[in-house]
Design a protein around this ligand. Structure first.
Ligand code: ZN
Length: 100
């Protein structure tokens, strides 16, 4: 598929914002995993005045939400297909749209 210069620019702009969101979500998920591991080893640990019994389910909800957002967000702006595991694809592997 051929793209106009304006089309390419809007794809790149959209991809840049999706990539930023993806990095934020990835860092949040990694932070949650670390906290989850810490809590797993110290079930009596209290964080921000709330015990692990409160944080456990909250983590599960946030983590699931983060994964869901990631799957929804990490898509090609042109064809809306999932971009895979690479955090810095140059082209969409599905439709070939230039992303950077
Ligand atoms: Zn694509």
């Amino acid at each position: 598929m051929e793209y106009t210069e304006r089309g390419k620019l809007s794809i790149k702009t959209e991809f840049t914002s999706r990539k930023r969101n993806q990095i934020i979500v990835s860092i949040s998920l990694i932070a949650m995993i670390i906290l989850f591991v810490v809590f797993g080893e110290n079930p009596d640990h209290v964080m921000l005045g709330m015990p692990a019994t409160v944080w456990g389910p909250a983590f599960v909800v946030l983590f699931t939400g983060g994964i869901g957002f990631s799957l929804f967000n990490w898509r090609c702006p042109a064809c809306n297909k999932y971009l895979g595991k690479s955090l810095n694809p140059k082209f969409c592997s599905k439709c070939g749209a230039p992303l950077t």
